[in-house]
Design a protein around this ligand. Structure first.
Ligand SMILES: *[C@@H]1O[C@H](CO)[C@@H](O)[C@H](O)[C@H]1NC(C)=O
Ligand SMILES: *[C@@H]1O[C@H](CO)[C@@H](O)[C@H](O)[C@H]1NC(C)=O
Ligand SMILES: *[C@@H]1O[C@H](CO)[C@@H](O)[C@H](O)[C@H]1NC(C)=O
Ligand SMILES: *[C@@H]1O[C@H](CO)[C@@H](O)[C@H](O)[C@H]1NC(C)=O
Length: 497
C-alpha cells in the first residue's frame, strides 16, 4: 500500500520530496487528509530483540478498529512499512471489507524508525543498527503476544497479517518466522528475493509502457539518445537546462550529477508505471490520474515536437503535479538531504531509513543495466553503491551490501520461502513482481498474478473502473481467507475412544 520511490528531489510535498515515486520507496503514500477517528496508540517495544541483556524500550505507534469484531473472530494485522502509517487504512482498503465479512479485530502497526515510531533520539548510523526487517518482525511478534493478553483473546485466536510492497514481504516472513503467532498471511507485491542490481525493474517498466504502444518505448529511447548527444557540448547542455527546467545548469557537472539526471527522468516513467491506475485517491495521492496512457500519449504525439521535447513535456507534467518549481538533479544536494539524522528533516519521511535498509539488507537498485530498457545507461549499480558510502560512510560499500543481501536471502529463503497459508499477489504491470512469487504449485501457498494491474492494486478500495481480473483476484483472496479461517481448522476435537 504505501510506496516507494524514487526521486531525490526535496520538495515541500507531503513527504517532503518526490522520492516516493519511484522505486526506492514503495508503499502507500502519505495522506493529505485530516487525522481520522482512529487515534494514535502506543506500545512499549524493546529496542533490541536479539540482545537479551538490553532492556531499553521505546514507544511504537499503532491503531485499532474494533467496529467489526465479534467475539471468536480473527485478528487482522496491517503491517506498516517504509513510511508513515496512515490511519485512513483503518477504515478504507480491501482488508477492511474482509474484516467486515470475517468479523475481525483490526490493528495497524507502524514500522520502527518510520512515521512517529522513533526507537532512538535520531537516525545516526550508530542508531540505525536497530533498523532491520528482523527487528521489525520481532516487534510484531511481541505486539501480537501483548494484544492477545490485553484483549483477552482465546488461545486459539487466528491472526492474519496483511501488507503490500515491503510490508508484503514482511507479511509472508511473519508467517515463516512466527507460525505459532500468525495463522495466515496475505502478501501483496512483496519482493522476496534481495538483489543488488535490480535491472529487471526497468525491463518491466519498458514492457508496461509497451502495453500502450511500442512507439511509446522507442520514443523514450530516442529521447534518451538525443539527450546523450545534447549533453556532449555546451550549447546542448544549455538547451537541456531549459528543456527539463533544471534548478542548476548542467554545464560542466560531475558524472554523478549526470547519472542522477538520467535516473530522475527515468523515474518520471517508473513512478507512473508502478502506480498505474491504482485507486489511491483516498490516500491523497496527487499523481493518481497520471497513467501510462497519459505519458505515452505525450511521448507519441509528434505535434508536441521531437522525442526529447516530449520527454521534457512529461517532466513538466510531473514537476507541476508535485508542485516543484524546477528539477533538482544535483547529486550533492540529494546526498546532503539523506545525511540529515534529525527526525525533523524531510528525509525522515522515510528516505534515509529506507536507503539504509537497501544498503544493508536488500539492494533493489533500479539500475540502467538491462539492455532493452529505453532510459540510457547512465545509472549502473556503482552509482547506487556510491550513494550508500556517501550517505552512511565508507564502510557501507559493495562488500557490505553483498554480504547483507546473501544474509537476507539465507534468512528468509528468497523465492524458495517455505510457508503455507500465505497468498502471494502480484500485478503484471508492477515492476516489483520480478522479485516475487507469481507462480506456485503449492495449493497451501498460492500465487495470484493479475494481468494488467500495478503495485498493490488488490489492496486499494474497489472502483467501478477495476478490470474484472482484479475483482476476481480480490474474490479469490476472500475464498482463501474463508478456507483458512474455518472454525474446523481452529481446533481439533478430542474424541474419546
Ligand atoms: C488530474 O486531476 C487534477 C485535479 O483533479 C487536474 O487538475 C488535472 O488536470 C488532472 N490531470 C490529468 C493528466 O488528467
Ligand atoms: C497532441 O498535442 C497537441 C499539442 O499539445 C494537442 O493539441 C493534441 O490534442 C495532442 N493530440 C493528442 C492525440 O493527444
Ligand atoms: C536537518 O534538518 C533540519 C530540519 O529541516 C534542519 O533544521 C537542520 O538544519 C538540518 N541539518 C543539517 C545538518 O542540514
Ligand atoms: C493480458 O491482457 C492483455 C490486454 O488485455 C491481453 O492482450 C493479454 O493476452 C493478456 N495476457 C494474458 C496472459 O492473459
Amino acid at each position: 500500500m504505501k510506496t516507494l520511490l524514487v526521486f531525490q528531489i526535496f520538495v515541500s510535498a507531503a513527504f517532503g520530496w518526490r522520492v516516493f515515486h519511484l522505486g526506492k520507496f514503495w508503499g502507500p503514500k502519505t495522506p493529505v487528509q485530516p487525522a481520522s477517528s482512529f487515534p494514535d496508540l502506543w506500545f512499549d517495544q524493546k529496542l533490541d530483540h536479539f540482545d537479551p541483556t538490553n532492556s531499553e524500550t521505546w514507544k511504537q505507534r499503532y491503531f485499532v478498529n474494533d467496529n467489526y469484531y465479534e467475539k471468536g473472530g480473527p485478528v487482522f494485522l496491517m503491517i506498516g512499512g517504509e513510511g508513515k502509517a496512515d490511519p485512513i487504512w483503518m477504515e478504507q482498503g480491501m482488508w477492511v471489507e474482509y474484516a467486515k465479512q470475517f468479523k475481525a479485530l483490526c490493528f495497524q502497526v507502524e514500522h520502527r524508525f518510520y512515521g512517529k515510531s522513533h526507537p532512538t533520539k535520531d537516525m545516526s548510523v550508530k542508531n540505525l543498527v536497530y533498523l532491520s526487517s528482523e527487528q521489525a518482525l520481532a516487534d510484531l511478534s511481541f505486539f501480537i503476544r501483548s494484544m492477545n493478553k490485553k484483549y483477552s483473546l482465546s488461545k486459539r485466536v487466528q491472526w492474519v497479517t496483511f501488507g503490500g510492497s515491503y510490508p508484503g514481504s514482511l507479511s509472508a516472513w511473519m508467517r515463516l518466522k512466527y507460525p505459532h503467532l500468525v495463522h495466515a498471511a496475505v502478501s501483496a507485491s512483496g519482493p522476496l528475493l534481495a538483489v543488488a542490481d535490480f535491472s529487471e525493474y526497468m525491463r518491466v517498466v519498458r514492457d508496461s509502457l509497451a502495453t500502450h504502444s511500442e512507439e511509446c518505448v522507442t520514443s523514450v529511447q530516442e529521447a534518451n539518445r538525443q539527450l546523450d548527444i545534447l549533453l556532449r557540448h555546451r550549447i546542448g547542455q544549455q538547451k537541456v537546462d531549459k528543456l527539463f527546467n533544471l534548478c542548476d545548469t548542467v554545464v560542466d557537472v560531475s558524472k554523478n550529477d549526470i547519472s542522477n539526471l538520467y535516473e530522475n527522468l527515468a523515474g518520471n516513467f517508473a513512478g507512473v508505471v508502478q502506480y498505474n491506475k491504482d485507486n489511491r485517491l483516498f490516500e491523497g495521492a496527487k499523481d493518481a490520474n497520471i497513467t501510462i496512457d497519459v505519458v505515452c500519449d505525450v511521448m507519441t504525439n509528434s505535434s508536441i515536437g521531437s522525442a526529447i521535447t516530449r520527454y521534457a513535456a512529461v517532466n513538466d507534467l510531473l514537476l507541476k503535479t508535485y508542485e516543484q518549481k524546477c528539477l533538482d538533479y544535483k547529486y550533492d544536494n540529494m546526498i546532503k538531504g539523506y545525511q540529515n539524522v534529525s527526525w525533523d528533516s524531510s528525509t525522515a519521511a522515510g528516505g534515509r531509513q529506507w536507503m539504509y535498509q537497501t544498503c544493508t539488507e536488500f539492494g533493489f537498485y533500479q539500475t540502467s543495466t538491462q539492455p532493452t530498457q529505453p532510459f540510457g545507461n547512465q545509472f549502473p549499480l556503482d552509482f547506487f553503491i556510491q550513494q550508500c558510502s556517501d550517505i552512511y560512510g565508507p564502510r557501507y560499500n559493495k562488500e557490505l551490501l553483498s554480504s547483507g543481501i546473501l544474509r537476507t536471502n539465507v534468512m528468509y529463503g528468497a523465492l524458495q520461502v517455505e510457508v503455507n497459508r500465505v497468498v502471494f499477489v502480484h500485478g503484471s504491470i508492477d515492476p516489483w513482481h520480478a522479485l516475487g512469487i507469481t507462480k506456485s504449485d503449492n495449493n497451501d501457498a498460492p500465487a495470484i498474478y493479475i494481468n494488467g494491474t500495478a503495485h498493490c492494486a488488490n489492496m486499494y478500495p474497489e472502483s467501478s473502473a477495476d478490470p474484472p481480473q482484479l475483482t476476481a483476484a480480490r474474490h479469490s483472496i476472500t475464498g482463501l481467507l474463508a478456507q483458512w479461517l474455518q472454525p474446523s481448522s481452529r481446533s481439533v476435537r478430542f474424541r474419546p475412544m
